[in-house]
Ligand binder design. Structure first.
Ligand code: NAD
Length: 395
C-alpha cells in the first residue's frame, strides 16, 4: 500500500515502516558520530523503549557502548492492511541495526504495568543476560491497570486547585486560541499519580532485586520535566507534576536499595521539552515547544531526544566524575532550555503570538516536521509514493 500521513488532532494514525527505520538510522548516526562512551553500560533493560526518550536511551546504550538491550514497549502491529504504530517499526529498525553489529537485542511487546510482562522480562534477563547494570524507566501512558487491584486508572493533564487559562495552538490547523482547563478532582489526581507516578518503577526494581538480576553497582534512571513558569499550572504544578513528584519519591527509595547493591544509584533526569507522542497531547506545551525551537535553533543549542540522551549518558551517567545533581538530587539535561536568556526570549514572544504571526514568531514548521518524523514521514531518501509493505513481523 502507499502510506501517507493521516493526522487527526494531535495524533497521526498512520506510520511509514521505511521512514521509521530511516529515523532510527539518523539517531544511530548521531550516537556513532559522538564516539564510544567510555565505561558505558553493558546489559540494559529499557522500559518504554520504542519511541521518544526511551528509544533514544536504548540507541545510546547499544551504539554508544555496545550494550545488550532488552526493550519493553506497548505497540500495535499492522492489522487488516493498517500500518503498525511507529514504535513497532522503530523497534524493527533498531533490532536489525543492532544485530547487524553483533549486538544482543530482544523485545517484549505488552503492558509493562502487568505482572505477566514483568515475569517475561525477568525470565529473559535470567536466561540471556544473567543480570542488568542499567534500567531506564521511560513509560508515558494514558492508563494503567493496577496489577494487584485490577483497577484501571486513567491519567489526566489538568491543573490542580484552580482553573487555568492560557494560549494553546492546534498544531495541525495552525490556530492559536485561548484554552481554559478546569482543575482535576481528587480522584483524577490520585489516578494520574497511579499511572505516571513511581509505584510501577519500584515494582520493577523490587522484582529485579528479589530475583537477583541487578548487577552490583547497577543504576536506574527515570525521566521528568519541569519547564518554565508559563507551563507550570498544566505541568509542574498540575496532575502530571504531582505524579512526577511521586516518581522522585520512588527514585529516593530505589536509590537507597541500589546503594546497598554494590554502590549503585537511581535518579531522575529532567529532560528538555521535545516533540513526542506524549508531549503533543498536553495543552499549551506544543505552543511553548514551537517558540522554544525557534529560539534554540537560532542560538545553535537545539537538541532532540537523541542528543539529550547521548549527553545524559556521556556527561552524567558514565562520566568520570559521575552525575552532576541539582539541589533536589536531579540531573538536569534541560539546562540549555532553562538558561535565563532562552526563557526571557520565550517570555517576550509568548504574549505576541497569534494565528496570523504563528509562522514567523515560532518554529511551527519545525514542530510539524518533527511530529511527522515521529511517524516516519519526511525522511530524506524515502519514496513516499512507492508501495510499502505495512505488515512486518517482529521476532
Ligand atoms: P513516548 O510516548 O515517545 O514513549 C512512551 C513509551 O512508553 C513508548 O515506548 C511506549 O510503547 C511505552 N509504553 C506506554 N505505555 C506502555 C505500557 N502500558 N506498557 C509498555 N510500554 C508502554 O514518550 P516520551 O515523551 O519519550 O516520554 C518518556 C518519559 O520522558 C516520560 O516519563 C515523560 O514524562 C518524560 N519526558 C518527556 C518530555 C517530552 O517533552 N517529551 C520531556 C521531559 C521528560
Amino acid at each position: 500500500m502507499i502510506i501517507k500521513p493521516k493526522v487527526r488532532g494531535f495524533v497521526c494514525v498512520t506510520a511509514h515502516p521505511a521512514g521509521c527505520e530511516a529515523h532510527v538510522g539518523e539517531w544511530i548516526n548521531h550516537v556513532n558520530s559522538k564516539g564510544p562512551i567510555a565505561n558505558g553500560p553493558k546489559k540494559v533493560l529499557v522500559i518504554g523503549s520504542s519511541t521518544g526518550y526511551g528509544l533514544a536511551s536504548r540507541i545510546t546504550a547499544a551504539f554508544g557502548s555496545g550494550a545488550a538491550t532488552l526493550g519493553i514497549f506497548f505497540e500495535r502491529p499492522s492489522e487488516e492492511g493498517r500500518p503498525a504504530t511507529p514504535g513497532w517499526y522503530n523497534t524493527i529498525g533498531f533490532t536489525k541495526a543492532a544485530r547487524a553489529q553483533g549486538l544482543y537485542a530482544r523485545n517484549i511487546n505488552g503492558d509493562a504495568f502487568s505482572d505477566d510482562i514483568k515475569t517475561k522480562a525477568l525470565e529473559a534477563i535470567k536466561s540471556d543476560l544473567g543480570q542488568v547494570d542499567l534500567i531506564i524507566y521511560s513509560l508515558a501512558s494514558p492508563r494503567r491497570t493496577h496489577p494487584k487491584t485490577g483497577v484501571t486508572h486513567k491519567s489526566v493533564l489538568k491543573p490542580v486547585g484552580a482553573p487555568y487559562t492560557n494560549k494553546t495552538v492546534d498544531t495541525d490547523k495552525g490556530i492559536v486560541s485561548t484554552v481554559t482547563i478546569e482543575p482535576a478532582s481528587p480522584q483524577e489526581i490520585a489516578d494520574t499519580v497511579a499511572v505516571m507516578g513511581g509505584e510501577d518503577w519500584e515494582m520493577w526494581m523490587n522484582a529485579l532485586h528479589s530475583s537477583k538480576l541487578l548487577a552490583p553497582g547497577a543504576q536506574s534512571v527515570a525521566y521528568s520535566y519541569i519547564g518554565p513558569e508559563v507551563t507550570w499550572a498544566i505541568y509542574k504544578n498540575g496532575t502530571i507534576g504531582l505524579a512526577k513528584n511521586d516518581l522522585e519519591r520512588a527514585a529516593r527509595n530505589i536509590d537507597s536499595m541500589l546503594k546497598l547493591n554494590g554502590g549503585g544509584r537511581a535518579f531522575i533526569s529532567v529532560n528538555k521539552a521535545l516533540v513526542t507522542q506524549a508531549s503533543s497531547a498536553i495543552p499549551v506545551v506544543p505552543l511553548y515547544i514551537s517558540i522554544l525551537y525557534k529560539i534554540m535553533k537560532a542560538e545553535g543549542t537545539h537538541e532532540g531526544c537523541i542528543e539529550q540522551m547521548q549527553r545524559l549518558f556521556s556527561t552524567h551517567l558514565y562520566s568520570a566524575g559521575g552525575p552532576k545533581f541539582d539541589e533536589g538530587g536531579r540531573v538536569r539535561v534541560d539546562d540549555l532550555e532553562m538558561r535565563p536568556e532562552i526563557q526571557a526570549a520565550v517570555a517576550t514572544i509568548w504574549p505576541e503570538v497569534t494565528t496570523e504571526n504563528l509562522a514567523s514568531l515560532t518554529d511551527i514548521a519545525g514542530y510539524r516536521s518533527e511530529f511527522l518524523k515521529l511517524f516516519g514521514f519526511g525522511l530524506p531518501g524515502i519514496d513516499y509514493n512507492a508501495e510499502a509493505e505495512p505488515h512486518i513481523p517482529m521476532d
